[in-house]
Design a protein. Structure first.
Length: 695
């Protein structure tokens, strides 16, 4: 890590020197030679990202296209101290080292698309189709976003249609017979009044895994279709109404898990299984957003509906045994309705304010069947069917008062209330469980920022977040069927600055997070079943550093560094010994939280020449992380390099992209099992070509 820090210090010195030299050549700097001003809605209002008193990253549609970003796992590697626990279907965001227990359905990070909450981490790999902007907020965001935003929020804003008629058609072909096509079009139906936009994506891949038992080379193939339609109506200058509909269908085989160590270890991208694994997902959502601009205030009304269904079968033992076969079938059905109303000031005075109401209902169903087949018997070992119903409401407010046009005091408070009912039945084990819970929380936030100049801001903040309690859908007894929320308190300070007439941006944040009543999985000593409890205390601390520079027109440098220490402070757990024959108490004090890399970083540059050629290089680094509280499943630090070369014409663009050009080996998911560790290999070296037509 010392070498990484040294490299970043040298990079900063080099960029400052480069910008100083370039600035010294001319003081008549054009807008095209400056860094773009990014407007975000992180605090439920439009503002310059450099004036928001919290650590965050924002990526425009052009940023995503330049980097070749297609999904959430690709995106998070461009944001420091952000990681993702990635499998075929689970995509649990880990921000500042705060992760959830194994088998959790909720991510501790909020995930939103056009004000629609995607509450389960099964949903958090949405296709990034025709996106206007993505914002990554770090640290608890409970005051404005409520429960399940205890570590941060990822907020996706899609592009809305307007008076300009435009569209794009894109086709890509890359390694492993991977094909992707996208199309979007938008424009007015009635000038200044009625607009419509549509976006479509189809992707298919054979993937890069093979089953050595069957010879099947489509172990991880995937066929995905998704689309979005937007209808926007502006009957007056004050009123703006939008209807947004999304749909997605994803089919394939999620069979990439393999033993990476132990007796049954196989080579990279090779598995040995005797179960026909499959993975099917369907989802749709609808949102109505109404904006009204009054005299001195603005109103937003956002109504949304979300429906997602998942059906998958796994090879439960991960191996082709001659004597027996184990498999599990899992289905999940999620339906959610939400309503939010916000009223805010128009920012014309020293006091800016926002108040809001939020309500939701959520129904989740889980059906898990574990089967054992051999020559002696065919038996279902367990079959829990769990229904969880939740509903809640919240009222929140936040205000900022400015003194002397330089000092900004912000205070906010949210009252969040919800009820839950859990009903589990397992006819195989003869279990029937029911319980109900209710929670009410006050979620405050206080910050102060100081504009040292028009280009330098200092800030400090304190905020609270929480991850909701609930029910263990995987329970095999009444012990540990329900568990309580966990909480975080975030203490943060930082500086945001731009230099040399907005050619150089340097941001730095420092943070400490106290994690209370940490949700963890344990083995109950009486029933010998896995339970979920609030048995741990932990902390997370570190820093985030971001630098961007545009020393000359068309040339951009960028780098970010995250250093994060996330550890258990107090956690003693009952677990099975190495041979699964005896329960022992294990003290995990000082162990690293799961899926919390100590270091994350990225660095790169891109150059658009005067004759329309485009070059880009990205170095993406992830430090060592562990997959469990015992820290026995470990992924060593790894780095990947991506390169892009292209030509951008007036209407046609052509790019040649190479990802992971040095074919770095790494896993995105790990789990100690029996005498070894199972894992899911990350993407190998791939090369592809992209052709796009813009009109």
């Amino acid at each position: 890590m010392k070498n990484i820090c040294k490299a970043f210090v040298l990079s900063i010195i080099g960029l400052v020197a480069f910008c100083t030299f370039a600035y010294g050549e001319s003081t008549d700097i054009k807008a095209s030679e400056k860094l773009d001003t990014i407007v975000v809605t992180a605090q439920k209002k439009e503002e310059n990202i450099q004036k928001v008193p919290l650590s965050m990253d924002a990526f425009s549609q052009i940023d995503l296209e330049d980097a070749g970003i297609k999904n959430t796992p690709d995106l998070v590697r461009l944001s420091s101290n952000v990681h993702i626990k990635e499998t075929h279907v689970e995509h649990a965001l880990v921000i500042r080292g705060i992760s959830s227990y194994h088998s959790s359905i909720y991510s501790p990070a909020g995930f939103y698309v056009d004000d629609i909450s995607y509450p389960l981490h099964y949903m958090q790999n949405t296709g990034l189709l025709d996106v206007e902007r993505i914002e990554v907020l770090k640290g608890p965001q409970g005051t404005l976003y409520g429960h399940n935003s205890e570590s941060g929020v990822l907020n996706i804003v899609t592009r809305q249609p307007g008076n300009e008629s435009k569209g794009k058609i894109l086709t890509e072909y890359s390694s492993y017979n991977t094909f992707n096509t996208e199309a979007n079009v938008s424009g007015p139906l009635i000038q200044d009044k009625l607009f419509m936009g549509g976006a479509f994506q189809y992707s298919v891949t054979d993937s890069f895994f093979e089953n050595d038992v069957t010879g099947d080379d489509k172990v991880m193939d995937n066929d995905r279709v998704n689309g979005r339609a937007t209808l926007r109506w502006t009957p007056s200058d004050r009123l703006d109404l939008s209807f947004i509909g999304n749909a997605m269908q994803d089919n394939g085989h999620g069979g990439g898990f393999r033993y990476i160590s132990g007796e049954h270890a196989t080579d990279r991208y090779r598995v040995r299984k005797d179960t026909d694994e499959y993975l099917d997902q369907d989802s749709n959502s609808q949102a109505v957003r109404i904006k009204y601009r009054g005299d001195g205030f603005n109103v937003l009304w956002a109504t949304s509906r979300l429906d997602q269904f998942l059906d998958k079968q796994n090879d439960a033992d991960g191996w082709a045994y001659d004597a027996y076969q184990q498999s599990n079938i899992f289905t999940m059905d999620e339906q959610m309705l939400s309503q939010e109303i916000r009223i805010s000031s128009d920012d014309r005075g020293p006091f800016e304010w926002l108040v809001g109401l939020y309500g939701f209902t959520e129904d989740s169903s889980f059906d898990f069947q574990y089967n054992y087949e051999s020559t002696a018997m065919n038996r279902t070992m367990k079959h829990p069917v769990t229904d969880i119903a939740a509903e809640g409401y919240a009222v929140f407010a936040q205000g900022t008062y400015t003194l002397w046009d330089k000092i900004h005091f912000t205070a906010g408070l949210r009252y969040d209330y919800q009820t839950l009912e859990g009903d589990l039945k397992d006819n195989v084990l003869g279990i029937e469980l029911y319980d109900d819970k209710d929670y009410d929380e006050l979620l405050p936030k206080v910050s102060i920022s100081y504009d040292q100049s028009d280009h330098v801001m200092l800030y400090g903040s304190v905020s609270k977040g929480y991850l909701v309690g609930g029910f263990n859908w995987f329970a095999t007894s009444g012990a540990g069927f329900n568990f309580d929320p966990e909480y975080t308190w975030n203490y943060e300070s930082g500086i945001k600055s731009t230099w040399f007439e907005d050619r150089l941006l340097v941001n730095l944040s420092l943070f400490y997070i106290s994690i209370i009543d940490k949700q963890v999985s344990e083995v109950d000593t009486q029933t010998l079943s896995t339970t979920i409890s609030n048995a741990a205390e932990a902390h997370s601390c570190g820093l985030e550093f971001l630098v961007k520079a545009t020393p000359k027109k068309g040339l951009d440098f960028f780098a970010s560094l995250g250093i994060n220490e996330s550890q258990f402070d107090d956690f003693t757990s009952s677990q099975w010994n190495a041979t699964n024959t005896e329960l022992v108490n294990k003290n995990y004090d000082g162990n690293t939280l799961p899926y919390a890399p100590r270091v994350t970083y990225n660095a790169g540059f891109q150059y658009r020449t005067a004759n329309n050629f485009f070059f880009r290089a990205d170095l993406l680094g992830t430090g060592k992380f562990y997959s469990n509280a015992a820290n026995t499943g470990k992924q060593e630090a790894y780095q990947t390099v991506n390169l892009t070369v292209g030509y951008e014409g007036e209407h046609f663009d052509v790019y040649l992209r190479a990802r992971n050009i040095f074919d770095e080996e790494y896993c995105t998911w790990l789990m100690p099992r029996n005498d070894g560790v199972m894992g899911l290999d990350g993407e190998p070296q791939t090369i592809g070509i992209t052709v796009a037509y813009r009109f």
